[in-house]
Design a protein around this ligand. Structure first.
Ligand code: HEM
Length: 135
């Protein structure tokens, strides 16, 4: 078995599940309008973004290991990667601040935080397509 392909595939598995989590969980809360067990879902979303950071970095490390250099990307691909990093950073801060908040919103209206988290996830997922096909 080709070790390089295996490393990329396993990294992609983690990255795919992270992507599903950061997009689907906030969309579910926004869609249903019911922030049930909000802190639990916030922790799930935080885990998803952390997985994206870690597996995204792992993509680069796998390239470095097998090719001795990081992927050579330019222009739109760099912009797309920057968008992803920006979305991930803002999302992590937003979730952390929400988790530290002393006023849980359970049983109240859906917080706009969920709308922003859903948007950040979808923007990052859109950027992923541009990173893929312009690199
Ligand atoms: C947080 C920082 C992130 C980094 C550093 C990162 C990095 C990467 C890299 C290097 C690739 C491989 C690109 C290629 O095959 O040419 C990739 C693929 C991908 N990323 Fe990310 N990513 C991040 C966040 C995200 C997020 C938040 C999402 C989704 C919400 C996401 C979704 C995807 C998808 C779907 C692919 C596969 C694209 C394809 O092959 O069609 N990534 N990412």
């Amino acid at each position: 078995m080709d070790l390089q392909n295996l490393a990329y595939a396993l990294t992609q598995v983690a990255h795919n599940f992270g992507a599903v989590t950061v997009v689907a969980a906030p969309l579910y809360v926004v869609g249903t309008g019911r922030p049930v067990r909000e802190r639990l879902v916030l922790r799930l979303v935080l885990t998803g973004w952390a997985v994206q950071f870690a597996s995204g970095a792992l993509f680069g490390l796998v390239s470095f290991h097998f090719y001795g250099q990081f992927p050579d990307i330019h222009g739109i691909a760099v912009a797309a990667l920057s968008v992803k990093l920006a979305c991930a950073s803002v999302a992590v801060i937003l979730v952390a601040v929400s988790l530290r908040s002393r006023t849980p919103r359970v049983n109240r209206h859906t917080s706009p935080v969920w709308l922003v988290l859903a948007a950040l996830g979808m923007i990052a997922l859109t950027a992923a397509a541009f990173l893929r096909w312009f690199s």
